[in-house]
Each structure stands twice: as C-alpha cells, then as structure tokens.
Design a protein around this ligand. Structure first.
Ligand code: NAP
Length: 253
C-alpha cells in the first residue's frame, strides 16, 4: 500500500484551517492519499483532541503544535519537530490569519504590523522552513490562503488587504523559483466564508455582502478545503502560480 502524504497546516484549529486538516486527513479523492497532518495553532489547546476525535481514523496521524506563526524561530523549530513526527513533508498549507480592522486614519502601527506579521510573514517563515525538505525530495505542494480582499481591496482593511495581496506576489515568485524542483505553489482566495473571523460582522453588513454574491450564499470552510485538497493532489500537478477564487462568484476577472 502507498504511504500517506505528510502535510503541515498553519492555523489548523478553527474555521477554514480545521476543515483543511480534516479534508486532508480523511479523504482520498482526486489523487490525494490520506495525509498525516501536523497543524500549528495559536491558543486553542482543547481543539487538538477535538480534531483527533472528529477525524477518528486509524489510517492517519494528527499532531498539533502550539507556536506563533509570525515568529521565524518558532516556525523553524516547529517544522523540524513536525518533520520528525511525520517522517518528512510533502504538503504545506499556509492558512493562519487574523484581522485588525480599522479605517486608515485610526489604524495604529501595531494593528498594521500584527496583521502583516501573522498573515504574510508567516507564509515566508513556513515556506522557507519546509522547502529544504521538498527540494531534496524533488516534490512538494504549497497552498497559500489569500483573500478576495487582496485582489479587490476593502475599506477598513488596508492592513489585511496588503497582507493578502502580498501573499499573491509571494506565491507567484516562489512558484517560479521552485518549479524546476517539482514544487507547485498556488493561492486560494476565499470570499465570505462562515467562520469565527466573519462572525464579528453584523446582519446589516452581511446583507450588504450577500447582494454581491451571485450564488447567493456565504461559503462554508469545506468549500475552501476541497479546493485546497485538489491543489495538493496529483490531479493538480500541472497547475502552479495560480490564484483560485472560492467566493460564490463575487470576483470575476
Ligand atoms: P479563524 O476562524 O479566525 O481561524 C484562524 C486560525 O488561525 C486559528 O486556527 C488560529 O489559531 C490561527 N492563528 C491565528 N493567529 C495565529 C498565530 N499567530 N500563529 C498560529 N496560528 C494562528 O479564521 P478563518 O476564517 O478560518 O481564516 C483562515 C484563513 O482564511 C485566514 O488566513 C483568513 O485571512 C483567510 N480568509 C478567511 C475568509 C473568511 O471569510 N473567513 C475569507 C478570506 C480569507 P487558534 O485557534 O489557536 O487561535
């Protein structure tokens, strides 16, 4: 029997990241084998056992590592521990993210730095830490979670939009650098997905957003996770440097 793939997912405890962990660990569709998964999280210790229970599989192993994804030193140390437990790494999903929304006039330098560090610098941290393993084995799939806000912008989210647009540039540059080593790098840009991050919006804001979604519903974390799993699969071997919108048609180009 073929060996499981080995995946690292940042921000795996809640929302989209949690759905990605479960999708990679439990599905063997579209050329993705069941994956052993190590995920990184910030605070939710109780989530680790919850996820293990939800996955409930004898086929796959799940590991949770508490680390601040914005710290390069912690990323290096965590990847080393994860690789030891998994026996290598084939897949990286850079998903950890936060918002600190404010109009630019009121936004503090701390709010700007926090968002850039957690959302964008973490992508540098984890990508740099895993590629030495991927280059050596001449195989790797990297998926970065951007946002439609990084493509079209959004008032009150200049820090978040900059971080998510930065992820798109980083994705394209690294896709070009790593292609000769058989490593693909793609981004997924979700629209409005129902998670803790978007629960903060009031009904009026949600109604306004719905007007701009042709499919007339908000997305579910699983809608994003399935596309991520496809990009991590052998069916996507000829796709690199792309940004796939998962947004119910909000942004069409
Ligand atoms: P969420 O429900 O708030 O979950 C965020 C995840 O990131 C949690 O697992 C959290 O860990 C982790 N995290 C936060 N700060 C971290 C840090 N410093 N180090 C390590 N882990 C950290 O968010 P979500 O809605 O699922 O969003 C996931 C990704 O999708 C983000 O990059 C977000 O920008 C992007 N996205 C979301 C939407 C949407 O509509 N929801 C749309 C477009 C893009 P703890 O649980 O331990 O705190």
């Amino acid at each position: 029997m073929a060996l499981n793939k080995r995946a690292i997912v940042t921000g795996g405890t809640r929302g989209i990241g949690r759905a990605i962990v479960k999708e990679l660990a439990t599905k063997s569709c579209c050329g993705v084998l069941f994956s052993d998964v190590a995920f990184i999280y910030n605070s939710c210790d109780e989530c680790v056992d919850e996820i293990r229970r939800e996955v409930n599989s004898d086929e796959t192993k799940i590991f949770g590592f508490k680390a601040d994804a914005s710290s390069y030193e912690e990323a290096e140390a965590t990847v080393e521990m994860a690789v030891k437990e998994l026996g290598g790494v084939d897949i990286l999903v850079n998903n950890a993210g936060i918002t600190r929304d404010n109009l630019l006039l009121r936004m503090t330098p701390e709010e700007f730095d926090q968002v850039i560090n957690v959302n964008l610098k973490s992508v540098f941290n984890y990508t740099k830490a895993v590629i030495k393993y991927m280059i050596k084995q001449r195989y790797g799939k990297i998926v970065n979670i951007s946002s439609v806000v990084g493509v079209i912008g959004n008032a009150g989210q200049s820090n978040y939009a900059a971080s998510k647009a930065g992820i798109i540039g980083f994705t394209r540059a690294t896709a070009k650098e790593l292609a000769t080593r058989n490593i693909t790098v793609n981004a997924v840009a979700p629209g409005f997905i129902e998670t803790d991050m978007t629960n903060k919006l009031n009904e009026k804001q949600k109604d306004a957003l719905l007007q701009n979604i042709p499919l007339q519903r908000f997305g579910k974390p699983e809608d994003v996770a399935k596309v991520v799993a496809f990009l991590c699969s052998s069916d996507a071997d000829y796709i690199t440097g792309q940004v796939i919108n998962v947004d119910g048609g909000m942004v069409m180009s």
